[in-house]
Design a protein around this ligand. Structure first.
Ligand code: HDD
Length: 657
């Protein structure tokens, strides 16, 4: 151990004192250096997206995109680009909980040979507002209320819903916000979207409008609300733990990159404005072309140095990708560098290792707090003759970034385009696209969130607003909230977009987690064969019992316990395998095990019941039906159980029977 000056330290236990019971001395430089550094350990958390978690990985291109863009990392199939991806919650403080109802950030930094390219997106394809000028209002409304700093990490309060009702451009985003998308199960099973319309520009200078999508290979899956709330207490780190452990286990998070493209000539062909960030381009109208894969395969070494200090900026582009006039995007281009200057203490944050490009970089920027580079030589200006006019600029051919020569005209004006004024058609398209259980979840979410609003007038305004999306939905919510049923007209849109529903997503058994609830006296042959099948399908299992140590089968076969009924919880698993044991397991064992069954049943999860597990299942409030698989007299049990696990939720289960 040394001081920061490199001096070897002889004592790190006692400060320097005048006598063993005397006062500490000012000359104890080691004490002062250590405490001073500690006092300065915190930096301001991000004003939004404060709670985040990140991993390293790579992006591999499937096919050349030369026809559409000259971006170097999108030219040759097979090209691999290192990336750093940070997922985040928008509203909560950095110490809040993972599973709250919130939009998730999905920010990817590509370290390309042509410089860093940042795709700073979310897990929802649209946004609350259309113009960045309104961002501080949105965030003030959704953050904890200023007079009492409550509630933490939640949108279920008066100011947020007052904002919504009085800023109706939020309608489409709110439908997504009330859907299962804002309670994703973990980062590995959520989509990502660049949200804005960007431009691809090819080597000939031909541009196309483009939207970016990340599609998880494991499909899109969510928690149920009761589960999300309980996990927030049982394991506030649930989603970061999942990412960390999956990567440690070699189960890398994988997402395909898709692009939707529209020719410049077709800009006005749609019944929405393609520059409006509150609109999607339905995939059925503009197909998503899959062009590559992101694999997150390495955890960070140090969360502060990497995850906390990473600085994203939608303005970090490479040649071949450019902006559009989306007014939300334009505003973001100012905000991100500005916020990093405060958060990271000056203009040299680009020199922090996680932010540094991997390609060489040279310019005449100098000095500032915490400068790392030692720039040599006399010259720090352009143009010059003393240094042979270096660093020199590059033409487009040499790789220089040349802004797309977009034609602009018009008057200087503070106004919203008429084409941005339809707030309800796509909100209704989203509603039309939901499956019946998804619709019910949206109604439940509205009833919960607006039910937390104290002001009756705000409740009424919200109900009246969402009657424009669906009259019946708003009426049910009104009844739940105890306000008047709405009057007014719902949108006439009848179209739907199947791609928006999670009911149509991919389902695979790999990496799903099963709790094996077990006690002494189990049947080893039966359990072994099930466990073998789970392994074969990549399903993970945890042995859960009343106490740590060893559990013994009927014929004294031993199993080591991984978790106890106390240290884990049913909400932390995707499925249960109820093994139970002999009758000697009574009292607390029985009631704990039955609690696990009741919870999993209520959360629509698969439950496999071993022969010895039947009495426990019978004693619970769960009933045989969808997703409940019994081993008794069932030669195909293991297979049927894995099928049920793969299905993940059984929405047709009647949990109120
Ligand atoms: Fe933002 C952070 C995504 C609109 C201003 N934003 C931030 C992060 C993500 C997004 C993922 C966290 C990055 C990280 O992990 O470090 N933001 C979005 C998306 C938006 C959006 C998808 C709309 C389509 N943001 C938006 C607007 C503004 C900002 C309109 C301001 C005018 N966002 C910021 C910020 C943050 C930020 C204040 C806080 C911390 C940071 O930038 O680095 O500048």
């Amino acid at each position: 151990m040394t001081t920061n000056q490199g001096l070897k330290v002889s004592n790190d236990e006692e400060s320097l004192k005048a006598g063993v019971r005397g006062p500490t001395l000012m000359e104890d430089f080691h004490f002062r250096e250590k405490i001073t550094h500690f006092d300065h350990e915190r930096i301001p958390e991000r004003v939004v997206h404060a709670r985040g978690y990140a991993a390293h990985g790579e992006f591999e291109l499937y096919e050349s995109m030369t026809e559409y863009t000259r971006a170097g990392f999108l030219q040759k199939a097979g090209t691999k680009t290192p990336v750093f991806t940070r997922f985040s919650n928008v509203v909560g403080s950095s110490g809040s909980s993972d599973t709250v109802r919130d939009v998730r950030g999905f920010a990817v930094k590509f370290y390309t040979e042509e410089g860093n390219y940042d795709l700073v997106g979310n897990n929802i394809p649209v946004f609350f507002i259309q113009d960045a000028l309104k961002f501080p209002d949105l965030i003030h409304a959704v953050k904890p209320e200023p007079h009492n700093e409550m509630p933490q990490a939640a949108s279920a309060h008066d100011t947020f819903w007052d904002f919504v009702a009085n800023n109706q451009e939020s309608a489409h985003m709110i439908m997504w916000h009330m859907s299962d998308r804002t309670i994703p199960k973990n980062f590995r099973v959520m989509e990502g979207f660049g949200v804005h319309t960007f431009r691809f520009v090819n080597a000939e200078g031909v541009a196309r409008f483009v939207k970016f999508h990340w599609k998880p290979l494991l499909g899109v899956h969510s928690l149920v609300w009761d589960e999300a709330q309980k996990i927030a207490g049982k394991d506030p780190d649930f989603q970061r733990r999942d990412l960390w452990e999956s990567i440690e286990n070699g189960d890398f998070a994988e997402y395909e990159l898709g692009v939707q493209m529209i020719n410049e000539a077709d800009e006005f062909m749609f019944d929405f404005d393609i520059l409006d960030a509150t609109k999607i381009w339905p995939e059925e109208i503009v197909p998503v072309k899959i062009i590559g894969k992101l694999t997150l395969n390495r955890n960070v070494d140090n969360v502060f140095a990497e995850t906390e200090q990473v600085a994203f900026h939608p303005g970090n582009l490479v040649p071949g990708i450019d902006f559009t006039n989306d007014p939300l995007l334009q505003g973001r281009l100012f905000s991100y560098i500005d916020t990093q200057l405060l958060r990271l203490g000056g203009p040299n944050f680009t020199e922090i290792p996680i932010n540094r490009p991997i390609c060489p970089f040279h310019n005449n920027q100098r000095n500032g707090f915490s400068r790392q580079s030692i720039n040599v030589g006399q010259v720090s200006y352009h143009k010059n003759s003393l240094a042979n006019n270096t660093p020199s600029t590059s033409t487009a051919k040499e790789g220089g970034f040349v802004h797309y020569a977009q034609k602009v005209e018009g008057r200087v004006i503070q106004a919203r385009s008429e084409s941005f004024k339809d707030h309800f058609s796509q909100a209704r398209l989203f509603w039309n696209s939901m499956s019946p259980p998804e619709k019910q979840h949206i109604i439940n979410a509205f009833s919960f969130e607006v039910g937390k609003v104290n002001d009756r007038n705000v409740r009424q305004q919200v109900v009246d607003m969402f009657a424009h999306v669906d009259f019946e939905m708003a009426s049910i919510i009104a009844d739940n909230l105890g306000v008047n049923r709405p009057t007014g007209q719902q949108s006439q849109v009848t179209a739907s977009s199947p791609a928006l529903s999670q009911a149509n997503t991919r389902r695979v058994p790999q990496t799903l987690k099963v709790a094996v609830l077990i006690g002494n006296g189990f049947d080893v042959d039966e359990v072994e064969s099930v466990v073998r099948t789970l392994r074969r399908y990549g399903v993970q299992f945890t042995i859960v019992a009343e106490k740590f140590g060893i559990i013994r089968s009927k014929d004294r076969f031993k199993v080591r316990v991984n978790e106890t009924f106390l240290t884990t919880a049913p909400v932390l698993f995707d499925a249960l395998y109820v093994v139970g044991g002999t009758a000697e397991n009574q009292g607390k064992f029985n009631s704990d095990l039955i609690y696990f069954i009741d919870e999993a049943f209520k959360h629509y999860k698969p439950i496999g019941v071993a022969t010895t597990g039947v009495p426990f299942f019978d004693a619970s409030s769960a009933k045989a039906g969808p997703g409940i698989v019994f081993a008794t007299n069932n030669a195909d049990f293991s297979k049927m159980f894995v099928q049920a696990i793969t299905q993940q939720r059984f929405w047709d289960r009647d949990i109120y029977q």
